[in-house]
Design a binder for this molecule. Sequence first.
Ligand SMILES: Cc1ncc(COP(=O)(O)O)c(C=O)c1O
Length: 289
Amino acid sequence: MADPVPYDARDGWIWLDGEFVPWREARLHVLSHGLHYASCVFEGERAYGGRIFKLREHSQRLIDSARMLDFEIPWSLEEIERASVATVEKNGLADCYVRPVAWRGSEQMGVSAQRTRIHLAIAAWEWGAYYEDLRLAWAIYRRPSPETAPVHAKAAGLYMICTLAKHAAEAKGYGDALMLDWRGYLAETTGANIFLVMNGQLHTPIPDCFLNGITRRTVIRLAERRGIPVVERHIMPEEIRDAQEIFVTGTAAEITPVLAIEDREFQAGPVTLQLLDDFRALTRGELEL
Ligand SMILES: Cc1ncc(COP(=O)(O)O)c(C=O)c1O
């Protein structure tokens, strides 16, 4: 289902290349390299009570993702942070999602893009729960090997297979797709990392060919603080049958319990609920890590 108001027909302000422009006027040219050849990286952040959670990590990852795609964002870490905070404030938002995006412009056409200008935009909007009653289907695509793509970049091009896999899952009545990696190990969903609760321990795939999510790393620390052992390892897909609880983590997803993977059903159990409580307290500034 489409969002009720298209994203180009809203009111507010978008930070674009150093200044705020009215939301509807934040445009790029159709011959932008980022659009044709996926020379584009982005971030997804959430602000809670007006404070962007893990802003430093997200801003640094944006810069790092661009470098992995062989371009340098022409703004410093501190400038990106200030622009992100200003975007939330300028739009009068407190609890919201923040989306910085950087891409190559239209000075050059073709695969090579060395002389294109680098653009940066930052938008923010209210965004509720990303997943509801999450049921997962096995994905039609696998995460690629690090020899095939810059897998640790949050790069637009890597989401092509995610959109296709998610569409295929939705066509079967599921909320998202659960991807394996190129070797056949459990990887992640199309927009969140995955955790399995197995006999009081937390098991999660090694992020060696997909994003080591900032929420994933936070949840690992929250679990350790509670004395829950965390095991990062290669997990075979059939092992989901042995899990008592499964949840996914991500900035948009926060911590979302998984209710089913294909025909195997799960319930949000005590470990998931504890971590959900702790995560909520952390994002609200009621808990320090
Ligand atoms: C493919 C993918 N994996 C994992 C994540 C989780 O990352 P983070 O917790 O840093 O938002 C995201 C969301 O950004 C994602 O898009």
